[in-house]
Design a binder for this molecule. Structure first.
Ligand SMILES: [Zn+2]
Length: 416
């Protein structure tokens, strides 16, 4: 992402007033490690009454082992979910040495991340604790009176700035500097300097409120490196948040040659080119990827087809009128379309791969199932995958795990 600094005098003044005076009003009670969360606080000021029950807490997580920690603004209930995560707080694995990426200028895009060596599909490029995790919006109370839409939006943006300022003030100096060095493309829409960076660099994060696989994820995470990934409509990486380590793993979703820019999807890449261009406007991005510049009609058609294929095993398993290879053919077509469009980061890619493996298990064909198990093992970046059963035991076609598998020969058993 474009690297930006807080240059204007007005912006500096706004930052200091948003941080210094508001932070002084907050009484935060620290607790001893490893009880890592701090007590709820109510934000005083024009937006909230001090008598309101606390809706958010500010916390530093995980604060252990001398590792980098994350400043968090958490919604009610998230604390319990984090603390109940098996293994939390887990140590970060050692970093790759030498690093598989470097930060460097990307022509026309500011700074970006680039591979320093060939990276294999499924490889973890880096582990990274976020600098900040916070909700994408905050509840806003309006004083009596009537307000225009613009005033209401401004009021909400000011409230968000207030919330983020508390967390940014709690950061260690180097983390705050890393946060402030990120690009801000929201300099003219009423966003403050902190919210501007938060909106520009946020990686959508779900699962901290107990709801998995939601499309509308309530949190944004800001990271020193992952947030610098530039957009592509055919991205070659996918970040995955691991709650136990409280860190993102950045996966390569296909083989990446040395020196290639690492990219991420900012918007819905299954939309057509016109809609994608519109969605990228708030990011100041005019995408020049192949999907946006060459064979646009064919690309749009393929993306629309991908959006309409759902690799769901029960649809086929429960319908005896469908041929035995119906789902396998459907998913094979899906994977070919995805490979052609360079969209391997999508859930559908991991789910389609697993659905083919499951189909062969349902048909009692362990030889083919094991071949697809090997591909499932190479595609671990999907949120759905993280909750699915492991495939290690299915790599050997002669493994007794097949006979014990709940789907084993299910297609035959269903219709006997
Ligand atoms: Zn594009």
């Amino acid at each position: 992402m474009r690297r930006g600094f807080l240059n204007s005098k007005a912006a500096k003044e706004r930052l200091s007033s948003a941080t210094a005076q508001q932070f002084e009003q907050i009484k935060v009670t620290s607790v001893d490690l490893p009880a890592v969360l701090e007590k709820p606080v109510v934000v005083p000021g024009s937006t909230f009454s001090p008598t309101d029950p606390p809706t958010h807490i500010w916390a530093t997580l995980p604060q252990l082992y001398g590792e980098p920690s994350t400043e968090c603004v958490l919604l009610r209930g998230s604390k319990e979910i984090i603390l109940k995560t098996p293994g939390f707080p887990k140590r970060l694995p050692p970093a790759n040495s030498p690093a598989a990426f470097r930060v460097a200028p990307s022509p026309g895009k500011g700074m970006g991340l680039f591979s320093t060596r060939p990276i294999k599909q499924g490889e973890i490029i880096l582990w990274e604790r976020p600098l900040l995790i916070a909700p994408r919006g905050v509840p806003t109370r309006f004083p009596p009176g009537s307000f225009s839409a613009a005033q209401m939006i401004q009021h909400h943006l000011d409230a968000c700035e207030h919330f983020i300022a508390i967390a940014v003030n709690r950061m260690e100096e180097n983390c705050r500097a890393a946060f402030m060095s990120l690009h801000n493309c929201h300099t003219h829409d009423g966003s403050g300097p902190l919210v501007g960076r938060f909106r520009t660099n946020g990686v959508a994060l779900g699962g901290l409120d107990g709801v998995q696989h939601q499309t509308d994820k309530p949190y944004n995470a800001i990271l020193e490196h992952v947030s610098r990934l530039n957009h592509s409509c055919s991205p070659n990486t996918q970040p995955f948040f691991d709650r136990a380590t409280f860190a993102y793993k950045l996966y390569a979703v296909r083989d990446v040659p040395a020196g290639e820019e690492l990219t991420y999807q900012y918007i819905d890449v299954l939309a057509n080119k016109t809609a994608r261009a519109e969605s990228l406007k708030p990011y100041d991005v005019v995408c020049t990827c192949l999907a946006c510049t060459e064979n646009i009609a064919e690309t749009d058609k393929r993306r629309s087809e991908i959006a309409n294929i759902f690799p769901f095993v029960p649809t086929w398993l429960m319908n005896y009128q469908l041929p035995d290879d119906w789902l396998i053919k459907k998913c094979t077509a899906l994977l070919e379309l995805i490979d052609k469009e360079g969209l391997q980061h999508l859930e559908g890619y991991c789910m389609g791969t697993r659905a083919i493996m499951d189909s062969y298990i349902c048909l009692g064909d362990s030889r083919n199932a094991s071949k697809w198990a090997a591909r499932v093992a190479l595609r671990p970046w999907s949120e759905c995958e993280a909750e699915s059963y492991p495939v290690k035991e299915l790599l050997d076609p002669g493994s007794p795990a097949y006979a014990q598998h709940p789907l084993w020969q299910m297609r035959m058993r269903m219709w006997m």
